[in-house]
Design a binder for this molecule. Sequence first.
Ligand SMILES: [Zn+2]
Length: 433
Amino acid sequence: MKTKQILWSVIFLILGIFIGGWGIYSYAQDMIMKNLPIGIASLDEKDSYIESVPTSTLTQRKYSSSSKAKNLILFIGDGMSLSQITAYRLITGGSNSRISVDNFPYSGIVLTHSEDGVVTDSASSATAYSTGYKTNNTYLGLDSNKKSLENLTETLNRFGFVSSLLATSEITHATPAAFAAHIDLRWKTDEISSQMLNSKVSTFLGGGRHFFLPENLGGKREDGRNLIEELKDNNILLTTKEEMLNLVPNTSKKVFGLFADEHLRNIDTPENHIYEPSLTEMVQFAVNRSNRFVDEGCEGFFIMAEGSQVDWAGHVNNLDYLITEMKDLDTAIEWALEYAKDNDDTLVVVTSDHETGGLLIEPANPVDYTSQGVKISFNTAVGSGTHTGVPVPIYAYGPGAENFTGTLDNTDVYGAITASLDLDEQNGSCLTE
Ligand SMILES: [Zn+2]
């Protein structure tokens, strides 16, 4: 509190008391409250309560949908709950501005716990979305007894759909991996990338070349295989945005767009950024490529696009990083929403797997609710900052969008998706292998 303000506050207080001026007195009181120094508490000093949660049985919702979509674009903002969305809205346009998700006509709430934990990791949560089953944290495409579960891209392949997985992390990361792999540990990237080669997914776009290359070639594979060379035999490898934009699309071969050694927009490799597409560019490519498959006989398409690094910004407690990643995701969602408005057979769903960082939005001064200033803080530790157990929002536009309302378990999202898609006939794969 500044000396001048202290002095004036005291003068006003005394004046107020002696002349009985209630207005002057309360003005002085207000002034003192607004200028009180704010204690900087460490995380340990905050009030916290360790509670053990009772066990309970999950009841899944049943879905049926009268309107059916041919195509689904599913966005997953990893680590994105309402506070990340709010922070982005406030910083980019202010309280009255609206971002892409604000324009979706249907929205709901998703409960995110895993089979073995109140707080989920990305592997378990993405497995709930891709299979409709709860599983343990770190498991991908397996139930909690490690039994393999058919995932959405495998189911859709049987029904003649074409699938794409896009991420701004390594493509082997947990969220995309849950839609293509079956493994009990999300860090087994050798197995995940190998399984992606044999999966029913036609297009993979993201980072992660190092997870396809052996260690002796600078990569991170421990099994010594050079998957980059192996995949070139029967698939198409893209390593730059230019190659992606120029790809002659008359091929049904699998496309692996691996635009960085690790994740996209890696601050340690700024020289590579010009070769990396934005999430919007990847979504546009996947939609165009999918539409060619549909023109040639596929029933429809599925695209999962992940804003992967919203989560990482939460883990490292970095607001600028969070806003950059939210913008990349928001722009892609905006484009997809416009696409769906022009193509009424397309359903767009936006959700998240969990919240990361315990992001809090407070008045800049905790006793002043009249200010336009906000204090945005992460409330889980820096660096190892964790996921939290708060629910995440879900937004939907297009045929079947009404299924994504109310409170959903994360396994219900799978049920809502399959009820909303036109899965009448098992025509078998529409892809020429
Ligand atoms: Zn995370």
